[in-house]
Ligand binder design. Structure first.
Ligand code: ATP
Length: 167
């Protein structure tokens, strides 16, 4: 019984303080890479989600943001009635418009030449997409070559889980 729930593919849903989780994640990124990560927006944002998986998703996008830029990375978290929006913005190389539809494909890398110094397999965003699908999160991308890139996550607050939770 217990072992069944421990499988990798299953979700472990809890009430998560996303503001706190973002703060911790940005601090870890800052310490690991000596780069600046700013957090803006609302504080005390809660959602019912899987903390490990959402953290992995943040990591992939933050890691790309710092790999493909040299400046600070800005994260903005806000909420409305149903969603928490987390925007991860960098001021780096940007992504050509015609490449955007392929970004989340396995092993896709925009330009081997430009990417050579950063390394990588092109799997990060494919994994991010799978995690997002599992968590019911929508990912949007805006980018301008030579200016930067912004990935936005729309995270459902999932208040309906609170009833299950309080049993
Ligand atoms: P890996 O994540 O496996 O280490 P990767 O970074 O090449 O390698 P993805 O994370 O899947 O792979 O990203 C795919 C491609 O999308 C990258 O190679 C890069 O060209 C482009 N890309 C992703 N994020 C950004 C970003 N923030 N700015 C510019 N280009 C990006």
């Amino acid at each position: 019984e217990l072992a069944k729930n421990k499988e990798n593919m299953s979700l472990s849903i809890d009430k998560i303080n996303l503001s706190q989780l973002l703060e911790n994640t940005l601090l870890q990124m800052h310490q690991a890479y000596s780069r600046e990560f700013e957090l803006h927006g609302d504080s005390n944002l809660f959602a019912y989600t899987d903390s490990q998986k959402i953290k992995q998703l943040f990591f992939i996008l933050l890691d790309n943001a710092r790999k493909y830029s040299d400046d600070k990375v800005i994260v903005t978290a806000t909420k409305n009635e149903h969603f928490i929006s987390v925007a991860i913005e960098d001021f780096g190389v940007g992504i050509p418009k015609e490449q955007l539809p392929h970004l989340f494909d396995r092993f896709y890398r925009v330009n081997q030449d430009r990417n050579r110094k950063t390394g990588g397999t092109g799997l990060g965003l494919a994994i991010a997409r799978e995690l997002a699908e599992r968590l019911d999160i929508e990912i949007k991308v805006e980018s301008k070559v030579g200016y930067g890139t912004c990935f936005t996550l729309l995270i459902p607050i999932n208040d309906d889980f609170s009833e299950v939770d309080s049993k």
